[in-house]
Design a protein around this ligand. Structure first.
Ligand SMILES: CC(C)(COP(=O)(O)OP(=O)(O)OC[C@H]1O[C@@H](n2cnc3c(N)ncnc32)[C@H](O)[C@@H]1OP(=O)(O)O)[C@@H](O)C(=O)NCCC(=O)NCCS
Length: 170
């Protein structure tokens, strides 16, 4: 069965998306990222997926109300139960065909069963040079992430211990 490994959402940036500076709110952009990423992960796996990581998010250019927004999500790497999805957002005047890249990020999803336990995902095999480069990029990111997570874990544990225990707080 052939599964879609890419998803594109297209819509207009609406007045309700605006921030105090008159541009599209970063929170609205993050919601679009989440929606496109989930749709892509669910389409590829055929399963319910949860987000375990969002990173490398770059707001490259502001998006204006009334602009056409295109959110492209694509599977770039699969593990046993997880998959990495890159998101690229383009924006531009709907009267012209020119779009500029406004945002980029990487998300990691895990497919889960009815009990919320990780479930195996279908393997994504990159074929084009761009797909292969994106898989390599995702792998490098996961290595860096793991090493940074290990580096900071001790400090995070220390911060956890400074908080009152669940029972004490009630
Ligand atoms: C998803 C969840 C069930 C996984 O549980 P877990 O005990 O971490 O499971 P595992 O250790 O077996 O890891 C499962 C996969 O997640 C990956 N993973 C876990 N944490 C990760 C992180 N921070 N970054 C990247 N990948 C991660 C593991 O590498 C593994 O991938 P693989 O099977 O492809 O090798 C659990 O972390 C969870 O419920 N998280 C909360 C999800 C959530 O609420 N999201 C927000 C709303 S959607």
């Amino acid at each position: 069965m052939s599964r879609p490994h890419t998803v594109t959402l297209r819509f207009l940036a609406e007045p309700g998306h605006v921030n105090f500076g008159g541009k599209v709110h970063g929170g609205a952009v993050m919601k679009w990222i989440d929606q496109a990423g989930y749709t892509c992960a669910a389409g590829w796996t055929g399963e319910y997926c949860v987000t375990v990581y969002v990173g490398g998010i770059r707001f490259l250019q502001p998006i204006l109300v009334g602009e056409l927004v295109e959110v492209n999500a694509q599977v770039v790497r699969t593990g046993r139960t997880s998959l990495d999805v890159t998101i690229d957002i383009y924006a531009g005047n709907p009267r012209t065909s020119t779009m500029r890249r406004a945002c980029h990020c990487v998300m990691v999803f895990v497919a889960v069963d009815a009990e919320g336990q990780p479930k195996e995902v279908p393997t994504w095999t990159p074929t084009t040079p761009v797909e292969q480069a994106l898989e390599k990029y995702a792998l490098r990111l996961s290595e860096v992430r793991r090493s940074l997570d290990q580096e900071i874990e001790g400090q995070l544990r220390w911060l956890d211990q400074q908080r009152p225990a669940e029972t004490e707080r009630r």
